[in-house]
Design a protein around this ligand. Sequence first.
Ligand SMILES: [Zn+2]
Length: 189
Amino acid sequence: MSTTTLKTRIGEPDIECRYPVIIGQDRVIGQAYRWHRDWLVVTSEGEHNLRRPPTGAKGIDMAAAYLAEEYAAGRVTAVALEQLRADAPKPLHGPVPLLHPRMPASARNIAGAHTAFAGLTEHHWRAVLHGFPGSDNPWYLRCELCGWSGVRYWSHHRGRNGQPPSIYRHDGGCVGAEKVRALIPAYQK
Ligand SMILES: [Zn+2]
């Protein structure tokens, strides 16, 4: 059993949905993120997969507890939150690869990525950080109708039962449902 009483808090995620786990005022002992059903941590020592949290437990809490123990044991070092923010990933201006670096280039993933990119084009979205991450992993997209950008999930974008996705594109209003309908043929059926 661990006797550590190190108090941690969770900071705001970056555009890849990685959460900084913070001690004290602003010392980051690692970042935690979910990939499919696993939770992973990134520390001064690299990346480590914690796998799924136990039933009823939150992945982020499991990750924070793990990081607190690692830090208390002297196995990882902390970095200033400000430094982490400065080094955070930023959107690209050019095209992104077909697949997210964590996605194996299987025939299924490649086909899924082509479908997803076609859907993005049809609905005036653009991937501006990385390639297709799968349906349920965060994907940083830009709305080509108004310039908004943020984390999205392809599972919310692909529509259901042959229906297009919600005409409500994102927070902040976008250009309004009427304009969206006029611009995107899928809403005119
Ligand atoms: Zn928009």
